[in-house]
Design a protein around this ligand. Structure first.
Ligand code: UGA
Length: 443
């Protein structure tokens, strides 16, 4: 059955969700307050880099199943089903999540509704938000209009957003158990094609569904910080964290994924989500349960400092007056997202310590420049490496993983390569006369 769906927010989450819901055959309206983003999307251009999304977008625009608008009135008239996919960034100067965008969708939309509606929240929110928004929606809805609020957390990874939306490993739905309604039935219609492919579908209460999302991200962050803590111990004992990760990863209970030691996690999700989780647990009087996440955060932030130290060491003790090439600025490969990117953060720290830093990233130059305008940006690997005293690989783009030393042998001043992601083959570089150093590995 074709549903009429509105998706609020056209960022990484919302734009992907809107295009993919159209791909499932539904009629979709994407709504945002940013006219520049809307203009791009309407013309078939994805405003950020996400592999495969532009094809899905174009195909569904052409088929007439997907449109964009800035009008909440139009949205209210068009849709029966509404998804909230706006951002929940960290509040300035505190750990808690800033919920103003989510709140504003509910406040603006519900008074305009003309017929019964189900609103599904997808944004990552502190537990308790859905119940609060449900109350708000019921209070603001016009008389005679029944509005139901459910939560349908999103687990997509940037770089795999389309695949994660169309072939998710699970679907989770939180419903208001005190007010049984149509949310489950509606979700089953929306996701009928996925459910036919036997995607696990868990229906639970609102609070659990909110917590599933935060718990998943907290676990992933913990896993990364665990291996980075092991990297610190490896560094202190001349052991090799990559071999250690391979060896423990064979234990199916542990698993090798998300055990890549390096400069740690960044991006628009894990860092702010673990902080918001701690803040919320504190409000609930359960702060002790999550004090370990502070350590997870500390271990993670220490890796950035450690990487700068490694570079300082490699160039002879002081960065002052040195030239450093930074390969990679995005928080991870196949993304142009530089929000809380460890790579860009390290590049900035290097510059503050007196190095002249030349950054190259295949996709994030524009976003990087907006955030760190004082760094210099090269348009390719060779350009970034010219005259370099050290080359740092800080995001594991394929282009860097597969790079041959001969590409930059002649342009650098010193053949020193520093692997912030343990993504290079040390033997390849050493056999070409390079000094190779990785985090958590023997010098
Ligand atoms: C993360 C989660 O993986 C998604 O499931 C979730 O939906 C999303 O956040 C979200 O909350 O929206 P994402 O931020 O796209 O997805 O990126 P990840 O693939 O999780 O990587 C996060 C960071 O961890 C990156 O900086 C990456 O380089 C780093 N990382 C990852 C490591 O340092 N080591 C690893 O082994 C894996």
């Amino acid at each position: 059955m074709t549903c009429r769906i509105v998706v609020f927010g056209t960022g990484y989450l919302g734009a992907t969700h809107a295009a993919c819901m159209a791909e499932l055959g539904h009629e979709v309206l994407g709504v945002d307050v940013d006219p520049a983003k809307l203009a791009k999307l309407e013309s078939g251009e994805v405003p950020f880099y996400e592999p495969g999304l532009d094809e899905v977008l174009k195909r569904n625009l052409d088929a007439g199943r997907l449109r964009f608008s800035d009008s909440y009135k139009e949205a209210a008239e068009f849709g029966d089903i509404f998804f909230i996919g706006v951002g929940t960034p960290q509040k300035k100067g505190e750990f808690a999540a800033d919920l103003r965008f989510v709140d504003s969708v509910v406040d603006t939309l519900t008074p305009l509704l003309t017929k019964d509606a189900v609103i599904f929240g997808k944004s990552t929110v502190p537990v308790g938000t859905a119940a609060r928004l449900g109350e708000r929606a019921r209070a603001l809805a016009p008389q005679g209009v029944d509005v139901e609020l459910a939560w349908n957390p999103e687990f997509l990874r940037e770089g795999f957003a389309v695949q994660d939306t169309l072939e998710p490993d699970r679907l989770v739905l939180g419903v208001d158990t005190e007010r049984p309604g149509r949310a489950e039935e509606v979700a089953r219609e929306v996701y009928a094609k996925l459910l036919a492919n036997r995607v696990p579908f868990l229906v639970t209460d609102l609070a659990t569904s909110e917590l599933v999302k935060t718990a998943a991200n907290a676990f992933l962050a913990t896993k990364i910080s665990f291996i980075n803590a092991m990297a610190e111990v490896c560094e202190a004992s001349s052991a090799d964290v990559t071999v250690l990760a391979d060896a423990i990863g064979y234990d199916a209970r542990i698993g090798r994924r998300f055990l890549n030691a390096g400069i740690g996690f960044g991006g628009g999700c894990l860092p702010k989500d673990i902080r918001a989780f701690m803040a919320r647990a504190g409000e609930l009087g359960a702060d002790q349960a999550l004090t370990f996440l502070r350590e997870v955060d500390n271990i993670n932030m220490r890796r950035r400092t450690r990487m700068v130290e490694l570079a300082r060491d490699a160039v002879g003790g002081s960065l002052l007056g040195t030239r450093v090439a930074v390969l990679g600025a995005a928080f991870k490969p196949d993304s142009d997202d530089v929000r809380d990117s460890p790579a860009l953060n390290i590049a900035g720290q290097m510059q503050l310590q007196g190095a002249s830093v030349s950054v190259y990233d295949p996709k994030s130059a524009e976003n990087s420049r907006a955030l760190f305008p004082t760094l210099s940006y090269a348009t390719d690997v060779v350009g970034a490496c010219e005259g370099a005293d050290a080359v740092m690989v800080l995001t594991e783009w394929r282009e860097f993983r597969e790079m041959q030393p001969s590409l930059i042998d002649k342009v650098v001043r010193n053949k020193v390569i520093l692997d912030g992601r343990n993504c290079l083959d040390p033997a390849r570089w050493r056999s070409s006369g390079w000094e190779y150093r990785g985090l958590g590995r023997r010098a």
